[in-house]
Write a protein that binds this ligand. Structure first.
Ligand code: GLN
Length: 487
């Protein structure tokens, strides 16, 4: 049996019943990675010996009758979340030798929950990108078609789950980086409400937008991981003191009477025909299942991408000031004095997209331009948040496409930043407003590439999103389709 194809909840049953051991399972995944990752390149770092030790430890706990939510489950982690003693590169040359001396809070919680970590996953450099092409470690390929991108920036997290190289993964989402690659690789990805999950130990890109979230094979697994990683953390003052429900209680096949809003601004001319059809069919299905569908308006949608590309680079320019060759990571060996050491280190250590963002951000924060750009963008952000508040007065969730197109060819948008930025047009507003949203598989393009459906909820109402997503999943089979991987 191909164990690596199973979901977290299916594997948990097998482990609990003693049909398999965590060590056997971990070895299965390691073999799978060795077979397929030459082509896909999801992983930057594999921690084989450490993973097997963790597996033995899990087996001892299983034998002792322990029941933990992730006991014995092999998972993998986007390479901007710190695991103590494991290199954390952020997809960048500047952190290519950085080994954190501590665990991120999410890692600590998953460890306590019994998880096994297989390794660290590829990503756009510092999570800046939508295709995983800006990684210093090379591109990740989409398991559905090796010539196309897996989405980004959590491309390794999405591809590894889609290619069954791990049972589930963590990604991070600042403007769509969990949902967009989930949609392009045909898996499930949830960006929690801002503040739901601690960011301690997540390398910062844009701190007012970043959130960690699960990327999984189905909605049940998303609920299981959310139960483990959510909650207030004194080490992250922006994590919210809001009670964490048992998300698995929301795995209900029932949307009767649920009010679903369809934002008219998200169905624009020029949208890919296959995407539009799949999303419209999904809406019809919800209607058939008893949901109430209504058109709503998010009038400031058009300004979201512009506001994001002022706010996110502004925060990035200040967050990335710490990489100076002194405290962490790479340092040039080609400098004459302190100033040239700073300059050369940054020139050699950062890639082109990161430099573009640092320059943009520094410019928009500088005196004389701050009011015109940064302050203005923050005002737009407030209006966008208000759009969502208004929409949620009349409906419980919103449904949109996750991305305007299926995955595109490697190289197609690489030299055209504006085109690349537009691939997040449907995901960015959600981060600006701080609300939660999931992407679930809802169809395939004519070329056989996955299409994702985005379900957006109220602040701290991941439960309704999970219920709607689970209902959709129970009444369709897109989530069960697997890519055919050449080996
Ligand atoms: N693609 C967007 C960007 O480049 C979003 C990235 C993200 O969510 N980390 O900024």
């Amino acid at each position: 049996m191909e164990l690596y194809k199973l979901t977290i909840h299916e594997l948990k049953e097998k482990l609990k019943r003693g049909e398999i051991s965590a060590k056997e399972l971990t070895l299965e995944f390691i073999k799978r990675i060795e077979r397929v990752d030459k082509d896909i390149h999801s992983f930057i770092t594999l921690t084989k010996d450490e993973s097997l030790k963790q597996a033995e430890n899990a087996d001892n706990k299983i034998k002792a009758g322990k029941d933990l939510p992730l006991l014995g489950i092999p998972l993998a982690i986007k390479d901007l979340i710190c695991i103590k003693g494991v290199r954390t590169t952020c997809g960048s040359k500047i952190l290519s030798n950085y080994v954190p001396p501590y665990d991120a809070t999410v890692i600590k919680k998953m460890r306590e929950g019994g998880a096994i970590f297989l390794g660290k996953l590829n990503m756009d450099e510092f999570a800046m990108g939508s295709s995983t092409e800006t990684s210093h470690f090379g591109v990740t390929r989409n398991p559905w078609n090796l010539d196309v991108i897996p989405g980004g920036s959590s491309g390794g997290s999405a591809a590894s789950v889609s290619a069954d190289e791990c049972a589930g993964s963590l990604g991070s989402d600042t403007g769509g980086s969990i949902r967009q690659p989930a949609s392009m690789c045909g898996i499930t990805g949830l960006k929690p409400t801002y503040g739901r999950v601690s960011r301690f130990g997540l390398v910062a890109f844009a701190s007012s937008l970043d959130q960690i979230g699960p990327m999984t094979k189905d909605v049940t697994d998303t609920a299981i991981l959310m139960n483990v990683i959510s909650g207030r953390d004194t080490l992250d003052s922006t994590s919210a003191d809001v009670p964490v429900p048992d998300f698995t209680k929301s795995l209900l096949n029932n949307v009767k009477g649920l009010k679903i809003g369809i934002p008219k601004e998200y169905f624009v001319e020029g949208m890919d025909g296959d995407v539009e059809k799949s999303v419209r069919d999904a809406v019809e299905l919800f209607k058939k299942l008893g949901a109430e569908i209504k058109e709503v308006s998010l009038p400031h949608t058009d300004y979201a991408v512009s506001a994001y590309y002022v706010i996110a680079p502004a925060e990035a320019s200040s967050n990335l000031a710490r990489y100076d060759g002194v405290k962490y990571g790479y340092r040039t060996d080609n400098s004459k004095n302190l100033l040239s050491m700073y300059k050369k280190t940054r020139e050699e250590g950062f890639g082109a997209e990161v430099k573009r963002r640092i320059m943009l951000g520094t410019y928009t924060l500088s005196s004389g331009y701050y009011d015109a750009y940064y302050l203005k963008a923050q005002k737009v952000r407030t209006l966008i948040k208000k759009d969502f508040d208004d929409a949620f007065k009349n409906c419980d969730i919103l449904i949109t496409p996750t991305a305007p197109t299926p995955a595109f060819k490697i190289g197609e948008k690489f030299d055209n930043p504006i085109q690349m930025y537009l691939s997040d047009i449907f995901t960015i507003s959600v981060n600006l407003a701080g609300v939660p949203a999931i992407s679930i598989p809802c169809g395939f393009s004519k070329d056989g590439l996955p299409i994702g459906l985005q379900i957006i909820g109220r602040h701290f109402d991941e439960e309704t999103i999970i219920r709607a997503a689970y209902t959709f999943e129970r009444n369709t089979d897109y989530h069960q389709k697997k890519p055919k991987i050449r080996k």
